[in-house]
Design a protein around this ligand. Structure first.
Ligand SMILES: [Zn+2]
Length: 510
């Protein structure tokens, strides 16, 4: 519009850039069926050249070459047909101004209307809108990767300066053992038949029930993944939220005890929110990142974890292994969490009367996600059982989710400023292998109803693993004989006075 005489040259320059960059994303998409994202860049830099070429060789198919040529030919054909848009100088400039308004001002309309404009927020909003398109996909992907990497490195460096646990003792020292921690996502126990839900959403765990210790009164400290795991996997808790900065993490502890440590995750890797999680995973010896999607709403089923899990279980020569499996569980959007064959709950059958017609599909998709999660967790237990390792597996969800469950039946999701019990009540189960049970007889029966917050989980884990050290508090172990019930504090620990004891919101049996 502005330079009609240069139409050809300008469109050629833009076209070459778009074509080259989109070829990269197109190639990535045809191999992985995923959008290109900063996580991909992270994975590329994390893996060595041999691994990378192995991956490409595994997925490369001959038709990709002619497909790329056809793609380029299409672009050339379109370019040859391009004609200048002949407008008067004035209309051309007005049109340019209008386009600028739509692209850059309109997205910030909310900000401008409330008269609180911040360039940082504006830049972020625009970046978010540009991100899915080439060449920004790769350019922003790279800058975000650099930013998040720097953030993660700072956290890791900080972790490296923390002195190890004092006087660590391990009653199983030197013995072969495989200890597995499966962290679920957004699964509220009220929707599991294992916990009495009317629909059979956990048939496989129900069948395993005799082998499981099913704890019925465990809650998460906070309703968000990062915030909750920052306490669950460290010594930080609601009263001392910053201890993760000065005391070793669960991952550090297991390494110190001589375990080879593995982190398998089906959660997104490099997103702005996940820097803390990636830092946790990097504290381990090996990491397997299975989800490089840019969007959270993408189909990455948790069954992704089976192959690497079995490989570590069966093929890794280490005698002592500690494996963390981080699932996507039943995270919103629920229908993305299970394959079509798990779409079992399709109508009102089994739902209480208060459910309104427009709530039915949401609850159904949540229950289907719980059903698939049951398949995933029970399969991990099954893999451990058939490998005949000596060890145990603990499964709990990072936090719950209110799926119209709390009184009033109008709340969907999680909100720390308006807490309801379903946002915090989580499943918590322990399974031990035959060999482990033979050498570690433990009667959980009298402990299953203990009211417990997962913010003290590190003490429970240490207790189960037979590890003690200076600072180990047996009163904070869910499975300890000296267990002491404490308030189940929930809320943002940034304002201590606002913390509430969830027990005040919970009826005795929930
Ligand atoms: Zn979560």
């Amino acid at each position: 519009m502005l330079f009609p005489k240069r139409t050809r040259q300008i469109s050629a320059a833009i076209g070459i850039i778009l074509c080259l960059f989109s070829l990269v994303s197109l190639g990535y998409f045809s191999i992985y069926r995923q959008e290109f994202s900063q996580s991909v860049i992270f994975i590329i830099f994390e893996s060595n050249a041999a691994e990378a070429s192995e991956y490409i060789a595994q997925y490369f198919v001959w038709w990709m070459i002619p497909a790329a040529f056809i793609y380029i030919a299409g672009a050339c054909f379109l370019w040859r047909r391009i004609r200048p848009l002949r407008l008067s100088r004035r209309s051309a400039w007005s049109l340019v101004a209008l386009i600028m308004l739509v692209l850059f001002v309109y997205p910030n309309y909310r900000q401008l209307r409330h008269l609180e404009f911040s360039t940082a927020v504006a830049a972020e909003i625009i970046e978010k809108r540009m991100e899915p398109a080439v060449p920004w996909q790769i350019i922003f992907g790279y800058t975000q990767y650099r930013k998040q990497l720097a953030g993660m490195r700072t956290l890791l460096d900080q972790n490296n300066t923390i002195p190890p646990l004092d006087k660590l003792k391990d009653t199983n020292a030197g013995l072969p053992a495989t200890l597995v921690l499966v962290i679920g996502e957004s699964t509220n126990r009220q929707h599991m038949s294992l916990y009495g839900y009317a629909r059979a959403t956990t048939p496989r765990l129900d069948a395993l029930r005799k082998e499981l210790a099913v704890f019925t009164q465990v809650v998460a400290p906070r309703p968000y993944t990062i915030e909750t795991l920052q306490q669950v996997l460290t010594f930080a808790d609601q009263e001392n939220p910053d201890l993760y900065l000065t005391r070793p993490s669960l991952m550090n502890m297991m390494k110190q005890a001589g375990y080879k440590t593995f982190w398998i995750t089906n959660q997104q890797t490099m997103t702005k929110r996940n820097t803390m999680l990636t830092n946790f995973s990097q504290q381990m010896d090996e990491q397997i990142y299975l989800n490089n999607s840019r969007a959270q709403n993408s189909r990455e089923y948790d069954s992704n974890v089976f192959v690497p899990f079995n490989k570590i279980l069966l093929n890794d020569p280490a005698e002592r292994k500690f494996i963390v499996v981080h699932l996507l569980g039943t995270h919103m959007k629920y229908d993305y969490r299970y394959p079509p064959e798990y779409e079992v709950f399709k109508n009102r059958i089994g739902l209480p009367d208060w459910v309104t017609d427009d709530q039915v599909p949401v609850i159904n998709s949540y229950d289907n996600a719980v059903l698939f999660n049951d398949f995933v967790v029970s399969s991990l237990i099954g893999a451990m059982a058939s490998s005949q390792v000596n060890g145990f597996l603990v499964y709990f969800s990072d936090h719950g989710e209110d799926v119209f469950d709390s009184p009033g039946h109008a709340i969907l999701g999680r909100n720390e400023s308006k807490p309801t019990p379903p946002m915090y009540t989580v499943p918590f189960i322990v399974w031990s292998s035959e060999k482990w049970r033979a050498t570690h007889p433990h009667n959980f029966a009298g402990q299953l109803g203990r009211r417990y917050g997962t913010s003290h989980f590190i003490h429970t884990w240490a207790d189960l693993a037979g590890i003690s050290f200076d600072g180990f508090d047996p009163g904070k172990s869910l499975v300890g004989k000296d267990f002491k019930e404490r308030p189940l504090l929930v809320g943002d620990p940034g304002s201590q006075k606002m913390l509430i004891d969830l027990r005040t919101l919970m009826p005795d049996k929930q």
